[in-house]
Design a protein around this ligand. Structure first.
Ligand code: CTP
Length: 417
């Protein structure tokens, strides 16, 4: 994006739509996040949005004129231009009414006209009461929009407008901003219409009510995989096991603790998934018995002996139980060290064969560096013999490299949102 006349990079153009819900006030913070990081933002509220936050607020914060109507500044043809020129359109909050209009192509104000003319990624962040969100009409509209490549962010659960709580809150502005940035950075919308499942984090196996066996996985890489998929247009279910970083907006999160819970959640979600990425580190073993009370130190100085039993291999089970059309496409991860029996590459190839998945993302953890870090390097092995080295870089870069390999093998093309 370069403006040849000025010789300086153009600022990303964002249209921030605001529909008429109480969460409109949060859009002011989202607007600040965009403007302060160099985005050129036009705010397009609906008429009812102005009942909640007035035009002067939007004009002052964006430094741009604000109108709800197609008949303002007609000589500039804003109802066509805004959508055509935008790099991203985000509507936060999106009401049930706005979702319905967008799904059916209605265009009775500037925002709905802009949604029809946009050829860039479109993000809708719904916020409404739980009953409205769960209504069959709203869910059908969301399904329609997602099938067209629109990113519909899952609402958060928590306190709603009155004293009631439930699903329907607008995610926090910084989470929405992160989801929008990921979309602006995403190469394409080539995962539009796909349902993907990503597991992340490390499972815990309890010895007694307070102690567990666990591992060092933070969940960062799995979360980066989920965010990248969302940004490329997929609908994402994240199965999160004890992750130590914030959960991303826009993905449907199921939280689990043990390997058995992880298995149940992944197998359930995999039934309707096109792709499953097993980035989680499930504990391979669990105590044979879980004590119902805290295990005490003994007076005679003898220490407890803990017998372990093996946990099921979730990844291998997913591959084994696939139907004839070989869906879902399965991606595994492997943290390997070289030893007397072979190099990292030897162990990784053998693991790919053993597991039977399509891709295996291999980290060399000989020096323990991967855990909890912001960057990563890996080799992606394919069951077709491919070997793609991804140099050290942010976990988001590895995430996109993994999706590039998935797309290459599934024959998908760039899809215009
Ligand atoms: N995995 C799984 N279920 C398990 C253990 C691992 O689904 N019980 C998945 C992980 O999510 C990862 C892949 O299998 O995608 C490889 O994990 P890893 O721990 O390296 O493999 P293991 O089969 O446990 O092999 P190893 O004997 O080397 O530990």
């Amino acid at each position: 994006m370069t403006d040849p006349a000025a010789g300086v990079p153009d600022r990303p153009r964002v249209v921030l739509g605001v529909a008429g819900g109480i969460a409109a006030y949060k859009a002011a913070s989202l607007l600040r996040l965009f403007t302060e990081s160099g985005h050129d933002v036009r705010v397009v509220p609906t008429r009812s949005a102005l009942q909640f936050v007035g035009a002067p607020t939007w004009e002052a914060l964006s430094g741009q004129p604000v109108s709800t109507e197609v008949f303002a500044d007609v000589h500039e043809v804003p109802h066509v231009r805004l959508g055509q020129q935008a790099d991203l359109v985000v509507v936060a909050p999106a009401t049930a009414d706005l979702l319905a209009k967008a799904a059916h192509g209605l265009a009775d104000d500037l925002l709905t006209n802009t949604l029809l003319t946009a050829r860039c990624p479109v993000v809708l962040a719904p916020a409404m009461h739980t009953e409205m969100w769960e209504h069959a009409a709203t869910q059908a509209n969301v399904e329609t929009l997602r099938s067209r490549g629109v990113v519909v962010i899952e609402p958060a659960a928590g306190r709603l407008t009155g004293s009631d709580t439930g699903k329907g809150r607008l995610p926090e502005p910084d989470e929405l901003f992160a989801a929008c940035r990921a979309l602006l950075d995403a190469p394409t919308q080539d995962l539009a219409g796909l349902h993907v499942v990503v597991s992340a984090g490390g499972t815990r196996e309890f010895l007694d009510p307070v102690r567990y066996l666990g591992n060092r996985s933070s969940g960062r890489q799995g979360i980066a995989i989920a965010q990248a998929a969302l940004a490329r247009g997929a609908t994402v279910r994240l199965v999160a096991a004890n992750v130590s970083v914030p959960l991303p907006a826009g993905v449907d999160v199921v939280e689990v603790v043990t390997t058995a819970e992880l298995q149940a959640a992944v197998v359930d979600a995999a039934r309707s998934a096109d792709v499953v990425v097993m980035a989680a580190a499930p504990a391979d073993f669990r105590p044979a018995d879980v004590s119902g009370h805290k295990i005490k130190k003994r007076d005679d100085g003898r220490t407890p002996v803990i017998e372990l039993v093996e946990n099921p291999d979730i990844l291998a089970g997913l591959v084994r139980d696939r139907t004839g059309d070989a869906t879902p496409f399965v991606v595994g991860f492997a943290a390997e060290t070289g030893d007397a029996d072979g190099s990292v590459a030897d162990h990784a190839r053998a693991k790919l064969e053993r597991k039977g998945c399509e891709l295996l993302v291999v980290n060399d953890v000989s020096d323990g560096k991967v855990f909890g870090q912001d960057d990563n390097e890996a080799v992606i092995l394919g069951s077709d013999g491919a070997e793609v080295a991804v140099p050290r870089g942010p976990k988001s870069a590895l995430a996109h490299a993994v999706w590039d390999e998935v797309v290459r093998r599934s024959g998908r093309r760039n899809v215009t949102p």
